[in-house]
Every structure is written in C-alpha cells, then in structure tokens.
Ligand binder design. Structure first.
Ligand SMILES: Nc1ncnc2c1ncn2[C@@H]1O[C@H](COP(=O)(O)OP(=O)(O)OP(=O)(O)O)[C@@H](O)[C@H]1O
Length: 322
C-alpha cells in the first residue's frame, strides 16, 4: 500500500482501466486536498465516471494505485466505501415514500445509529423540512436532486463524489445546490464533482480536465486559463456564420464559437493568429477587438486539440485510436 500525504483526501497515480480491450482511463493521476471542492471536467466518454468509480473502490483499476481518505483504493475498498458519499448520475428513490421516509429507509439500510437526529439534520441542511411529507415521486428535478444529496450525507461522509449532480435542473436549483456544497466544504468535507457546466467549474476551488482517459490540465480556473496559452479575438457583426466558416479554414485559428452577435476566434500562436485575421479587419460591417479568452474558449480549445491528437478514433476513446 502506498502512503498518502495526510492532507490529500484523494491521492491516486497511474490509474488505468480497459473495457473489452479498450483503454478508457490511461495512467491518470489526481490529488485532492481536504476541504476543497474540485471540479472534474471533460468531454462525454472521457472516463470521468470510470475514474470516480475507481477512486471510491467500486471498480478495480487494471494498473495504478492510490489512497482515498488514507485507505488503499483496492485493498481497503470497503473502508473507502463506508466513508464516502457517492451521488451517481441516475439516482433513484422509493417514489411512493415521502422525503422523510426515503431518508429513514436509507438510514435503516445502512444500519445508521441516531436515525432521527441524522434525518432531521439532513432535512434542515437541504431545506427539506417543509416538504418532508411530500412523496418523492411528485418532486421536481431540483428537489429530487436535493433529496439525493441529503441521502448521500446522512452517514456523515468525509468525501463527496458527485457525478453530474445538477444535470437538467434549473439555474436557481443549481445555485442552491452549490450553496450547500460550499457550506459542506466549509465544514471540512471534500468534494470531487464532475460537471459539464462552465459556471459550476468556476465555483470550484480547482478543476481537473480529462480527455480520452488522460489528465490534460488542472489548477485554479485562473491558472488553467493562463496555462492554456490561448489568444482570442472577438468579432462583432451581423450574419457571422459564413465568416465563421472562412475563419475555421485558417491554419492559425484553433476554434471559432458564436456568442449572440459575436464570434470568439482563438488560436495558440498569438502573432500567427493576428496575421491571419488582419485581412478580415477591414471587412465592412465587422468590428474586431482582442479579448481575454473565456473559460469555455479554453475547453473548446482542449477538445479541438484532443480531436487532432486522436484523429481516426471511431467513437471518441483512446483505445479506439490505438
Ligand atoms: N462497464 C463498462 N463496460 C464497457 N464500457 C464502459 C463501461 N463503463 C464505461 N464504459 C465506456 O468507457 C468510456 C468512458 O465512460 P465514462 O462513463 O467513464 O465517461 P464520462 O467521462 O463519465 O462520460 P460522460 O461525461 O458522458 O458521463 C465510454 O466509452 C463508456 O462507454
């Protein structure tokens, strides 16, 4: 068993996993310090769920090693599972039980002591007290997701692994959910949360970006934006899509993305990008200015890079390209 720095709640190295001979996680390293919220990003199928499942002892890696909460993720998987809260993409409830009854049921299922106290605390923390008698089957997406989080924290875990917990819920419910995540982190809970939402990534202390089973970049949002070495120009005008097509054909242009009446045009070689765009500057009806790349520009860039690196891959995983 490897030793973990005590402040790193998650410390895994070289995690590798194949399904049917196809490598979906490939030598993945990650360290997450205690009390921090880490966002886990990457395109669909990049291996995030598989990684989360290896970290929490639900899936045995083919190679690599590591600790979660100081326990070996393979040899002591049962200890890891006992101490974490894992919210999967598709959580389910007993639809004809009330919110309170669902939580009581979970508490009984896991043989938890202090059942009433735990359920009351979870209801209070997730603002579910007034709705505790409502049937789970009648709840909207946002309330269901709150109930799922309440069920996840009932056993007072030290680490929460959340797999796209807010997919499909409205911005207000998402904001409330994130308020709760920050409150829990302030109490010392560590959170690793996979998401496709850029605004959620920006709410994290740091992010980890994975593509084709590999770590691409990690750090604070600011670090990641700076480290991407991307230059962005914004062009404003009407009917920009034909122009977007022209710009995409320019070698120095990595990505072109429309935002209302604007196009964000990005490249990794600042001078080459400016030289390529110069002939367009004099076109009538367009105004150009250089801008800070947005977080989304960075991710579109990384996705474009990954596609270049794995050209020929049949359905978007590294094993396909091999
Ligand atoms: N049990 C399994 N058996 C076979 N293939 C699997 C299994 N689990 C995952 N995969 C495949 O591994 C790849 C990575 O999947 P994974 O769910 O880890 O990605 P993800 O990054 O979480 O994707 P998403 O953002 O869409 O949830 C996908 O191609 C998926 O089909």
């Amino acid at each position: 068993m490897m030793t973990s720095a005590p402040d790193n709640v998650i410390d895994v190295r070289g995690l590798t996993k194949s399904f049917g001979g196809r490598k979906v996680v490939d030598g993945f390293d990650v360290q997450v310090p205690r009390g921090r919220i880490y966002g886990f990003l990457g395109p669909n199928g990049s291996g995030k769920t598989t990684t989360l499942r290896m970290i929490c002892g639900l899936l045995t890696p083919d190679a690599g090693e590591g600790t979660c909460l100081g326990f070996d993720i393979v040899g002591e998987a049962a200890e890891v599972k006992r101490r974490i809260g894992y919210m999967t993409q598709k959580f389910s409830f007993w639809e004809d039980l009330s919110i309170r009854e669902n939580l009581e049921f979970v508490a009984d299922l896991y043989g938890l002591d202090r059942r009433k106290e735990r359920v009351d605390t979870a209801l209070q923390n997730l603002n579910l007290v007034d709705r505790q008698k409502q049937l789970a089957g009648q709840l909207s997406g946002g309330w269901k997701q709150r109930l799922a989080l309440a069920a996840c924290i009932l056993h007072e875990p030290e680490l929460l692994l959340l797999d796209e917990p807010t997919a499909g819920v409205d911005p207000k419910a998402r904001r409330e959910f994130w308020d709760e995540i920050h409150r829990l982190a302030a109490e010392g809970l560590t959170v690793l949360v996979s998401t496709h939402y850029m605004d959620e990534a920006e709410r994290c202390h740091a992010i980890i970006y994975m593509s084709y089973g590999r770590l691409v970049t990690q750090g604070t949002v600011k670090d990641v934006i700076r480290g991407a070495g991307l230059s962005t120009w914004v062009v404003r005008g009407q009917n920009l899509m034909p122009l977007a097509k022209e710009l995409e054909a320019e070698k120095a242009v990595k990505t072109v993305a429309p935002f209302g009446d604007n196009l964000h045009v990005s490249g990794t070689d600042k001078a080459a990008l400016e030289a390529a765009l110069k002939p367009y500057f004099s076109r009538e009806g367009l105004s150009w200015h250089e801008a800070e790349p947005s977080f989304e520009d960075i991710f579109i860039r990384y996705m474009a890079d990954a596609q270049d690196n794995f050209k020929g891959a049949e359905n978007g995983t590294p094993g396909d390209a091999a």
